[in-house]
Design a protein around this ligand. Structure first.
Ligand code: GTP
Ligand code: SPV
Ligand code: MN
Length: 573
């Protein structure tokens, strides 16, 4: 078994406190996605990325010519797996019996990647059988991965986490549906079904085929009357998708069930209903911050059949991370770098981007339809991010074009999920900034075109949420987590067109106090929903500059109109 092999080489250690759980610790120079080394490779640059105004640096993806990509591959790949074992992983993104699923085959020289892909995707003979059947016509996405560390030619002492960070490169060729990844073993860089296939290649296929591949969770919510709806939500990396997808609602009578926590593939069916599948099979979730109080469902999911990466270890064979309940007295902690750690330490015990990789089927609140081949019907889409100032808890788009503008205007504080430093507020349109597989201007056009995707299209209602507004003392104004169901409740009222639920503001509709349930919690309603006009005037100016600078000639007229309309609404205040 591959696990035995990983144990022998010291790449993972067992966690005897739990059932079939292991810990991998990576090289400190390979701990997150590397956006600067990730490229979309097409003959025509404008196909792959936005073309900014002269002198402006593009922020929405990197382009490389296929020739340069091939040269980069030729420089790195010959002999790069020498003496190691190469694994072949046929995998399916999406349930095998779903017409919306797609097949990939990943070659890799990392056993850790194989074990993780087995959790994150559906793999094995069943996939090969489907590939050989008439329904798939032998079509698959090619994914090649190497950690870039041949068995020979290196110091005798073998690295437990082989990688080649200096030469890491992640290449996507959407024109021929190929992915080539070199040098990194971590997450989105190496589990190629995830961001590389399901989002970058996926969004490019989706554009051609008329559907959407997005960085979104999917949850089902049943109200006290028994009506069930599904909601998809796009938040940037490390901004709360997994937590929301597994939310335990605090309001009585509500039930939330989880369909997916990171990626959605969705399309309008012939009746005009938006339907979504989760192409993944597991959760690759952020560990720090996960606890019995914040995300009890995750805590009930991850202590079986799970690979943890870069969390801390306890002397009784368990794991530990920031935010988790303290271990029992007498139990000591070893940090992710292998050093002794105590609560007074200045460095974190677990890396901030440390993760659990766990089967979705183990989630106690997994939705009964999470593998439904036709997907689940989506009635609302949420956009959101970490916005300490100015952005209300929730507001609703006036219509579809406004909704697309809200997605385009998304911003969020940088997190540890990528190589960014500090906490600057970055643009992250649609939570897709690192994941666009094609020109963002064309992406906007594609989203706008959904308004007429099919006759009788039933457009979902679209909202923007912000769990992360802070008061003047720098404290979160909203309790978040399970309390976020109060926002969902209001969203359900909006879907049902309940009268008296919303008032317009320049940026969108916000809840009325009467129809927003705050019973049992102490929060500053006015502060949470305040729309400061001066803040928004600056904000829209900055967003307009960003969009015009970045997208330039490919910025759709409809988006320009949205900018002008918002400015007018703000100026008439
Ligand atoms: P990726 O897997 O990187 O795409 O991240 P994600 O969007 O799934 O984020 P996740 O749910 O893992 O949350 C990231 C961090 O945000 C964790 O440390 C959470 O504890 C914290 N978080 C999530 N939801 C909330 C919330 O409602 N309020 C606050 N204050 N923090 C939250
Ligand atoms: C993210 O960064 O959005 C993740 C983790 O979900 S990774 O798979 O590394 O992209
Ligand atoms: Mn993600």
């Amino acid at each position: 078994m591959l696990i035995t092999r990983l144990l022998e080489t010291g790449s993972i250690v067992p966690l005897p406190k739990y059932k079939n759980c292991y810990l991998a610790t990576s090289s400190p120079s390979d701990v997150a996605r590397v956006e600067s080394k990730t490229f979309i490779c097409t003959a025509d640059r404008r196909e792959a990325v936005n073309v900014p105004k002269a002198g402006v640096k593009g922020q929405l993806g990197n382009w490389m010519s296929p020739e340069d990509a091939d040269a980069a591959i030729a420089e790195r790949f010959p002999g790069c797996m020498k003496g190691r074992t190469m694994y072949v992983i046929p995998f399916s993104m999406g349930p095998l019996d779903s017409p919306y699923s797609k097949i990939g085959v990943q070659l890799t020289d990392s056993a850790y990647v194989v074990c993780s892909m087995r959790i994150m995707t559906r793999i094995g003979n069943q996939v090969l059988e489907k590939l050989g059947s008439s329904s798939s016509e032998g079509y698959f996405v090619k994914a090649l991965h190497s950690v870039g560390w041949p068995a020979e030619g290196h110091p005798a002492q073998r690295s437990q986490w082989p990688c080649d960070p200096e030469r890491t490169i992640i290449l996507h060729k959407p024109e021929i549906n190929e992915i080539v990844s070199y040098g990194s073993g971590y997450g989105g860089n190496s589990l190629l079904g995830k961001k590389c296939f399901a989002l970058r290649i996926g969004s490019s296929i989706a554009r051609r085929e008329g559907w959407l591949a997005e960085h979104m969770l999917i949850l089902g919510i049943t109200d006290p009357k028994g009506t069930k709806r599904y909601v998809a939500a796009a938040f940037p990396s490390a901004c709360g998708k997994t937590n929301m997808a597994m939310m335990r609602p605090t309001l009585p009578g509500y039930k939330v069930e989880c369909v997916g926590d990171d990626i959605v593939w969705m399309r309008f069916d012939q009746k005009g209903q938006l339907r979504a599948i989760n192409p993944e099979f597991g959760f690759f979730g952020v560990a720090p911050g996960t606890s019995r109080t914040t995300n009890p469902v995750a805590m009930d999911t991850v202590f079986e059949n799970t690979i943890f990466t870069n969390v801390a270890r306890t002397s009784d064979g368990g794991v530990y991370w920031e935010g988790m309940e303290d271990p029992e007295p007498g139990v000591t902690i070893t940090d992710w770098l292998g050093e002794p750690w105590t609560p007074g330490s200045t460095k974190p015990a677990a890396h901030p981007n440390s993760r659990f990789c766990t089967p979705a089927s183990q989630c106690p609140m997994i939705d009964p339809h999470w593998e439904s081949p036709e997907g689940v019907p989506i009635d609302a889409i949420l956009f959101g991010g970490r916005r300490p100032k100015g952005v209300p808890l929730v507001y609703e788009a006036f219509d579809w074009k406004h909704a697309v503008f809200i997605g385009a205007a998304m911003k969020s504080e940088a997190t540890a999920a990528a190589e960014h430093k500090g906490k600057e507020i970055m643009h992250d349109p649609f939570a897709m900034r690192p994941f666009f597989g094609y020109n963002f201007g064309h992406y906007l056009q594609h989203w706008l075109s959904m308004e007429t995707a099919v006759p009788n299209v039933k457009l979902p209602k679209v909202f923007h949420v912000n769990w992360f507004r802070k008061d003047d003392q720098g404290k979160y104004m909203w309790p978040g987590y399970g309390e976020n169901c109060r926002v969902l409740e209001w969203i359900l009222l909006r879907i049902d067109n309940e009268p008296g639920t919303a008032v317009p503001t320049p940026i969108g509709n916000v809840p009325t106090r009467e129809k927003f349930d705050l019973e049992g919690i102490q929060v500053d309603f006015d502060g949470l929903f305040d729309v400061p006009v001066d803040f928004w005037k600056n904000e829209i100016e900055e967003i307009a500059k960003f969009l015009y600078d970045q997208v330039d000639e490919d910025l759709p007229e409809e988006i320009k109109e949205q900018i002008d309309n918002l400015l007018k609404r703000l100026n008439s205040q």
